[in-house]
Ligand binder design. Structure first.
Ligand code: ASP
Length: 311
């Protein structure tokens, strides 16, 4: 399982024109919100290993957009998270995936929602971005359209948690990346929220809610109670605070997270955001008990953690 991440990353050659404009690069990822006693160590081990592969790719000049997609695809395929292969099921016992990706260099984006049979929703989101005039494809017809354009169908035994109902199990995945071109990109992929009603779409495939990237400002991916992240336009609000109010990623992220937690009261509106700014500074505020997260950069060896500390 562990070498899977390394293999996955190694198989993705950097884009033809490798980035070398700057030495600085940075990647931050999340594996969803965490509750005490509920974070398998293997998620953190996987994350550190995958970050090491991503770091090598970025050092060699890989594009932020490619690394975002590859990193998330590896987490989806690992079966360890609530995304891709390890997705939790909806209230009727089947998987519905949401995912999105955004390129901060071009402000292009792609997303899929309510996908029931894709091997890699994040790759499908990239296909929407690259191969169509649209930003988001949904449901059965959206799924047929992305398969027609190259998205891989999930084999019948693909989903590991099919038929298992886990009332509260999180583990959405996301990545935010700065590359050596100075470009930013972000993406998010999920099986959704606890026992969701079939057809429900959360924040993860919504640009400006679960995912946002804008060169010169920030790349960000969210996890948590999606309805709040949609209502508050969470990642776009974070970017706006940085862009118009000159707030740091840390300040802006905390403000967005606090506003949703306050609105949600005791139980609702909880979650977190991982972000990286144009200078490679990280932020990872959360209002949930924990958030599985990790990061690495040209100056930072891969570290990961779920609660107060990362190591
Ligand atoms: N934000 C995701 C959703 O609402 C779930 C999560 O991050 O745990 O679909």
């Amino acid at each position: 399982m562990l070498t899977l991440a390394a293999l996955f990353l190694a198989s993705q050659a950097a884009s033809p024109a490798a980035c070398a404009a700057q030495d600085r690069y940075a990647i931050i990822v999340h594996g969803g919100t965490a509750r005490a006693g509920q974070v398998p160590e293997e998620r953190l081990v996987f994350m550190r290993d995958a970050l090491a592969g991503a770091r090598d790719e970025l050092e060699a000049g890989a594009r932020a957009l490619d690394v975002t997609e590859t990193m998330i695809a590896a987490m989806e395929a690992s079966g360890l998270f609530n995304a891709g292969r390890g997705s939790i099921t909806n209230a009727e016992g089947y998987v519905e995936n949401d995912a999105s990706v955004m390129d901060g260099a071009t402000m292009n984006a792609g997303a899929v929602a309510s996908m029931t049979g894709l091997k890699s929703p994040i790759r499908a989101a990239r296909i929407v971005m690259d191969e169509t005039r649209h930003v988001m494809m949904v449901g059965e017809r959206g799924q047929a359209a992305v398969i027609e354009r190259g998205a891989e169908e999930a084999p019948s035994d693909w989903f590991l948690r099919a038929e298992h109902r886990e009332p509260e199990e999180h583990g959405t995945v996301g990545a935010a990346v700065l590359d050596r071109c100075g470009d930013l990109a972000a993406g998010t992929s999920t099986g959704g929220y606890d026992a969701k009603i079939p057809g429900r779409v959360g924040d993860s495939p919504i640009i400006g809610a679960g995912t946002y990237a804008e060169n010169g400002v920030v790349a960000a991916s969210a996890t948590g109670h999606g309805e709040y992240f949609v209502r508050f336009g969470a990642t776009r609000d974070l970017a706006a605070r940085m862009k118009y109010e000159d707030q740091s990623a840390e300040q802006a992220g905390q403000a967005v997270i606090d506003a949703m937690a306050e609105a949600g009261g005791e139980r609702d509106g909880r979650g977190g955001i991982v972000a990286v700014d144009a200078q490679g500074n990280f932020a990872a505020p959360f209002s949930s008990e924990g958030m599985v997260r990790g990061y690495a950069s040209d100056r930072q060896e891969p570290v990961a953690g779920a609660f107060d500390t990362v190591e």
